[in-house]
Design a protein around this ligand. Structure first.
Ligand code: WT7
Length: 644
């Protein structure tokens, strides 16, 4: 079993102050001064008192084809609308306006393959590529309002196809390249995609991930798919089905793939993408985001929190397949006119200093990553980063789960040379952009995402909706709408209402537990629903369980997350076998692989225990909290509803 994570009780009084020059030169204080305000606290209060003016200011820094008539329409709560009647396209702000300014010659994307290959794109080049791809999409029949599913490795074609879809008004549904065929098939079916974009394969630690093969299996279960566009990355032999599968490079050489393409004018509220995320049931939720509000929210947060400046070299080391990548690798850096770095492979390939070598070779100034990656690299020791000149760094960021103070201090000291503030950003697939986060002018407490972003109102509540006292555990909530908020769940608006808007009186229930300390700093504790964060990835216990029971040997299963030193949480599954099967290490291995095959390698349980019964309530609900307590040797708490 994995070692329990060392949990130092966070020290609520330890404060790290930003330097005067950081404060002085920050984008956020420049904005405060433009409002005649001299402190960040005063600015925050101003953004609450003048909420619509604040978001309108941010929106006015971008270009619109037609102005909005109303900033916020809350008449159909919780189906909020932002920038009502505004006409735009996120791609206009991400590419078009830069490609016709001096920025056309600025690097938009610097990509490094795991094998050391480099591909770079100026805004001009990116525009051409995206236009060509948009024309390819049109040529295979993609229209405004369609949902195109994208299943690609971490190569430039991934962001470029997202942009190409958005450009022509089609929504994209990106399925993370680490997911397996069942996960891909479910998402294809839910989105009713007619077009799937994949690659022959991807590289991870020099091994080929057989994406096309997985896509073939998924497509055999989803008859809606008529066309599959295939990007050549690995060059190994793959099956190409006549009449369905087309090589992208062949299409890109044809006259249909012209480098000119008009950007479609869309409504601010038109869908930009669907991104599936895990929740309480086995069926992932198709979170819907739109062009207008999302564009404004991600633009403002990156600008203010990561203090984006024209000469920055920004690297968000996540995968574009998750919300972090959608918002802060693909769209927001481009909207901000930034140069951003993207890396294909594993952080420790070929050696544990790969990331530090990237930072120094590309002179990265801002590095945004996750606690699990930091803990993973920390394990190899200080010698690896110390071989590289990391002095270009000026700001660091963390996302995905609470960062333990040990990892925070290592990141701050060893990587940031005690000079770079760490932006610990709390947000969700559903929120679209940062909600609780410092800006570079906020004194930091290691392990706390600090306070609400400008214009955002956060609280910690009891179940009856009253506020918790200082340091009391409660439900994390967002008390007013924000522009980048999800609009609904695809095909299931009722689930949107039930999941987020009924647990607390007319407020957004985030599904996290948290506490607020005496200084108003928020400390996120963890998920309250049946979601496990493994290496920052979000997995539903029900998804793991249904993968397990799809194996012929398994009668019933329960999955829980237990603390893990690097991953944050590791999955531990309890399995009741069917009568003719007997538990053995071999079967345990087989079940682990089975889950990996069904859902993807990240979902493989670390441990499987064969049991003869599971603790349940009288209504038959598995009490995972009891399993968790037992597995950790902790008191079981209130078990009055236990059936046994
Ligand atoms: C959940 C959302 C949004 C980016 C990636 C995760 C946890 C996220 C933090 C943080 C503590 C965090 C929460 C949240 N979480 N960031 N800085 N501190 N917890 O998106 O997969 O939708 O997961 O991640 O539990 O609810 P996601």
């Amino acid at each position: 079993m994995s070692e329990p994570q060392e949990m130092t009780t966070p020290d609520h009084s330890e404060l790290f102050h930003p330097s005067e020059s950081i404060v002085e030169n920050s984008n956020v204080m420049a904005y405060a001064r433009s409002k005649g305000l001299s402190s960040y606290e005063a600015l925050y209060q101003w953004t609450l008192d003048n909420n619509e003016e604040f978001w309108a200011d941010m929106a006015n820094e971008l270009e619109w084809y037609e102005p909005w008539t109303k900033v916020l329409d809350d008449s159909q709560k919780p189906f909020f609308k932002w920038f009502v009647d505004g006409k735009t396209n996120i791609v206009h702000n991400a590419i078009d306006r830069h490609a016709r300014s001096w920025r056309k010659n600025k690097l938009a994307l610097v990509w490094e393959g795991e094998d050391g290959t480099q591909r770079t794109f100026s805004y001009h080049a990116l525009n051409r590529e995206v236009n060509k791809m948009a024309n390819v999409l049109k040529s295979v029949g993609v229209k405004k309002g369609d949902i195109v599913t994208i299943y690609l490795p971490r190569i430039p074609e991934l962001p470029m196809f997202m942009l190409a879809c958005a450009k022509i008004g089609a929504a994209h549904s990106v399925v993370y390249g680490g997911f397996s065929e069942a996960a891909l098939a479910d998402r294809l079916a839910d989105a009713q995609s007619k077009v799937l974009i994949t690659a022959d394969g991807g590289f991870m630690r020099a091994k080929i991930i057989e994406l096309k093969k997985i896509a073939d299996e998924a497509m055999s279960r989803t008859p809606t798919v008529q066309t599959c566009l295939v990007v050549k990355r690995t060059g190994h032999d793959v099956n190409m089905e006549l009449g369905r599968d087309l090589w992208l490079h062949e299409l890109m050489g044809l006259p249909i793939a012209s480098a000119e393409c008009e950007t479609e004018v869309v409504d601010a509220e038109d869908p930009l993408f669907i991104l599936y995320t895990s929740g309480t049931t086995g069926k992932p939720k198709g979170v819907v985001h739109t062009h207008g509000g999302y564009m404004v929210g991600i633009y403002a947060t990156l600008k203010m929190v990561f203090d984006m400046k024209e000469d920055d070299r920004y690297w968000c080391a996540a995968d574009p397949g998750w919300i972090t990548g959608h918002s802060y690798i693909v769209y927001s850096p481009l909207i901000n006119g930034a140069t951003s770095i993207m890396y294909e492979g594993a952080p420790n390939y070929p050696f544990p200093d790969r990331w530090w070598s990237i930072v120094s070779r590309h002179s990265v100034t801002i590095l945004y990553t996750s606690p699990t990656a930091i803990r993973g690299l920390m394990r190899f020791g200080e010698a690896w980063p110390s071989r590289h000149d990391l002095s270009s760094l000026r700001l660091l960021g963390s996302v995905g789960e609470p960062i333990n103070p040990e990892a925070w201090k290592w990141f701050y000291g060893v990587i940031g040379g005690e000079r770079c503030p760490i932006m610990d950003t709390w947000w969700q697939t559903e929120t679209g952009h940062f909600m609780i986060t410092p800006t570079p002018v906020v004194p930091l407490k290691p392990g706390s995402a600090t306070k609400a972003f400008l214009g955002v109102e956060v609280d910690v509540l009891h179940e009856d909706g009253t506020s918790c006292g200082a340091n009391e555990d409660g439900l994390l909530t967002l008390k007013r709408p924000w522009p980048g908020m999800m609009r609904t769940i695809l095909n299931d608006p009722q689930r949107y209402v039930d999941t987020y808007w009924t647990k607390l009186p007319s407020m957004y229930a985030a599904g996290d537990s948290a506490r607020k300390d005496e200084d108003g700093y928020i400390w996120v504790i963890g998920r309250l629903d049946d979601v496990i964060k493994v290496s920052g990835y979000r997995l539903g216990t029900a998804e793991v369980e249904s993968a397990l029971v799809s194996h012929p040997a398994v009668a019933e299963a329960a999955a829980i997350g237990l603390p893990h030193e690097v991953k944050g949480n590791a999955i531990h599954a309890f399995v009741i076998l069917r009568a003719t099967f007997e538990g053995s290490p071999k079967l345990e291995d087989e079940l682990r692989s089975h889950v990996g095959h069904e859902l993807g390698p990240i979902a493989r349980p670390d441990q499987i225990t064969f049991v003869s019964s599971l603790p349940k309530t009288r209504s038959g609900k598995i009490m995972r909290r009891v399993l968790k307590a037992r597995a950790q040797g902790l008191p079981e708490g209130d078990v009055s509803t236990l059936e046994e």
